[in-house]
Design a protein around this ligand. Structure first.
Ligand SMILES: [Zn+2]
Ligand SMILES: [Zn+2]
Length: 133
């Protein structure tokens, strides 16, 4: 965990902005097929408690897509930015697409997961991988 008292982020068009409070998780790169399709490469995400996430979305542009009932992906319906994902197994936390945070984030990428589902163009990352199955 990284001690990060406050962070700000936004989508590409800027219509959706958010703030995060409290401890943010280290960044994980998820290469699973769903995250790959959602982001166009891999999901690089930190996470925070839902109660610590404040969203400003005056035009109600945030949309959730559930490719399966247990995983939801949130994006801006104007610009298409990938913003959040949520696992039904952990409803009190959301993952946050780290690239949408305003730098400097103070975060570190510390693990990769699901590289077995990475596309063939991607060189195997030089990071410790957690067992996934
Ligand atoms: Zn947007
Ligand atoms: Zn994934």
């Amino acid at each position: 965990m990284t001690n990060n008292p406050s962070a700000h982020g936004r989508c590409l068009c800027g219509a959706i902005r958010y703030t995060l409070r409290g401890e943010l998780a280290d960044v994980s790169n998820c290469h699973c097929e769903r995250c790959r399709q959602f982001t166009g490469h891999h999901m690089a995400a930190t996470s925070a408690k839902v109660d610590d996430i404040g969203i400003q979305d005056a035009e109600s542009l945030l949309r959730w897509f559930f490719p399966v009932p247990e995983a939801g992906y949130a994006f801006c319906s104007r610009c298409g930015s990938s913003l959040f994902w949520q696992s039904a197994g952990e409803p009190a936390r959301w993952s946050i697409c780290a690239g949408t945070l305003n730098p400097p984030t103070g975060l570190k990428t510390t693990r990769v997961i699901w590289t077995s589902q990475a596309s063939d163009y991607h060189d195997r990352p030089d990071l410790p991988e957690l067992a996934t199955e």
